[in-house]
Ligand binder design. Structure first.
Ligand code: E4P
Length: 239
């Protein structure tokens, strides 16, 4: 039996829709470099809080981020009026071809999303907390919608139920908007978001790092290396 090469397998239909993307939810350049170095980071999400933490003007910080990660980089508008959001969004989109403009899920934000999307600018609609809001984002032509899982958990809801609900509704109606699980706080959130069919999970570096951990991996590797060393490194030198 001829097995497919990894490239053939990668291109096969079997994988269609089965490729959850991992984004880093940070504007910190050191964290981004560390995460990008693992070769598994597909993009970045930022928000005004994360940008403010770094202390550099938004445009400068986004340019630097674009040099580190080659993928969708979300940059959020800070205006609250639709016309201003559109102007700000156009400026942000001009910074780099990977920039995705982030607009909040308000009436003005949806109006701006609709205008920007019609112009061919990709928009991530953020601060989504209900399926009704996610429908508005999709109707406005959003490229991404960001339901906040952790913040819903914080108020005693089950954030992941929202991801499942949006993925299902989008599938029924053929919306192309990608569902990005945001406000992710743990590896369980990441796995559950992938199982629910989210297209993207964005997470802090700490959570991405935690995905690697398993005590049996450490134990197994330790034993492999000890067994190897017993024969190949501790054998008496001949002669
Ligand atoms: C996503 O784009 C948001 O920046 C982020 O996930 C918010 O996460 P938090 O609720 O941990 O602040």
């Amino acid at each position: 039996m001829a097995y497919p090469t990894s490239q053939e397998w990668y291109n096969s239909e079997e994988l269609e829709g089965a490729n959850v993307k991992f984004f880093l939810d940070t504007a910190n350049l050191d964290e981004l470099k560390k995460g990008a170095d693992w070769g598994i980071v597909d993009g970045v999400t930022t928000n005004p809080t994360l940008i403010a933490k770094e202390g550099r003007p938004l445009e400068d910080q986004i340019r630097l981020i674009c040099e580190i990660v080659d993928g969708d980089i979300s940059a959020e508008v800070v205006s609250t009026e639709a016309g201003q959001m559109v102007r700000e969004g156009r400026e942000l989109a001009r910074l780099h071809h990977n920039v995705v403009v982030k607009c909040p899920l308000t009436r003005d934000g949806i109006k701006a999303t609709s205008t920007l999307s019609k112009d061919g600018i990709r928009v991530n609609v953020t601060l989504c907390f209900s399926a009704a809001q996610a429908l508005l984002a999709a109707k406005a032509g959003a490229y991404i919608v960001s339901p906040f899982v952790g913040r819903l958990d914080d108020i005693g809801w089950t954030g992941m139920d929202l991801i499942k609900s949006i993925v299902n509704i989008y599938k029924i109606h053929g919306f192309k908007t990608q569902v990005l699980a945001a406000s992710v706080r743990s590896p369980t959130h990441v796995v559950d978001a992938a199982a629910a069919g989210a297209h993207i999970a964005t997470m802090p570096l700490k959570v991405l790092d935690m995905l690697f951990n398993h005590p049996l991996t450490d134990k197994g590797l330790d034993q492999f290396l000890k067994d190897w060393a017993k024969v190949f490194q501790e054998a008496p030198v001949a002669g």
